[in-house]
Design a protein around this ligand. Structure first.
Ligand code: GDP
Ligand code: MG
Length: 151
């Protein structure tokens, strides 16, 4: 079982798409291990996107991620990191395949709705950045063997 960090970026909240997109992750079989809404400040945004510091889109990206509240969560399931990334689709919404979150709801390079951790190392770093340990909750969903069995 693997954990990954997701962020419903400010465009998702403003466009009232949080519920619809969260539904996709739940329907897939991923379990919500943590979830909260918050206003991101620049230091947190810069830490989260540290790998992009110095790129031409960096300042705009920090303006964007701090431009309104986000919903941030931890999802858990078999191969959760890869599963979420494949459900998100390509970074550029205009190029993302139909059927993916970005392919269905985004037509922008920057305003692409959802962040998902890209590797086990990123997931560990990002979960620790956004959540205190006690905010990530361990519990079992009744009947989860029907979803996770045979992985
Ligand atoms: P991701 O892992 O698919 O989210 O993409 P990256 O890690 O490459 O980039 C982080 C975020 O920066 C993306 O999700 C976009 O919001 C934004 N971004 C990436 N590339 C570009 C770009 O070429 N132009 C702009 N304006 N934003 C970008
Ligand atoms: Mg990335």
């Amino acid at each position: 079982m693997q954990r990954t960090l997701i962020i419903f970026k400010p465009d998702t909240v403003q466009r009232r798409l949080v519920g619809q997109i969260l539904q996709r992750f739940e329907s897939k079989g991923l379990r919500i291990a943590a979830l909260k809404l918050l206003q991101v400040d620049r230091p947190l945004g810069e830490k989260h996107y540290a790998e992009h510091q110095g790129k031409p889109f960096f300042e705009g990206l920090i303006d964007f991620i701090t431009g309104g509240p986000v919903v941030v969560g931890v999802l858990e399931g078999n191969e959760a990191i890869t599963v979420v990334r494949s459900m998100l689709g390509a970074t550029n919404g205009a190029a993302a395949a139909p059927g993916t979150v970005r392919g269905d709801f985004s037509i922008s390079k920057q305003n692409n709705l959802i962040h998902g951790s890209d590797s086990p190392e990123s997931a560990l770093r990002e979960i620790a950045l956004w959540f205190r340990p006690e905010e990530v909750v361990d519990y079992t969903i009744d009947g989860s063997q029907w979803v996770f069995g045979g992985a």
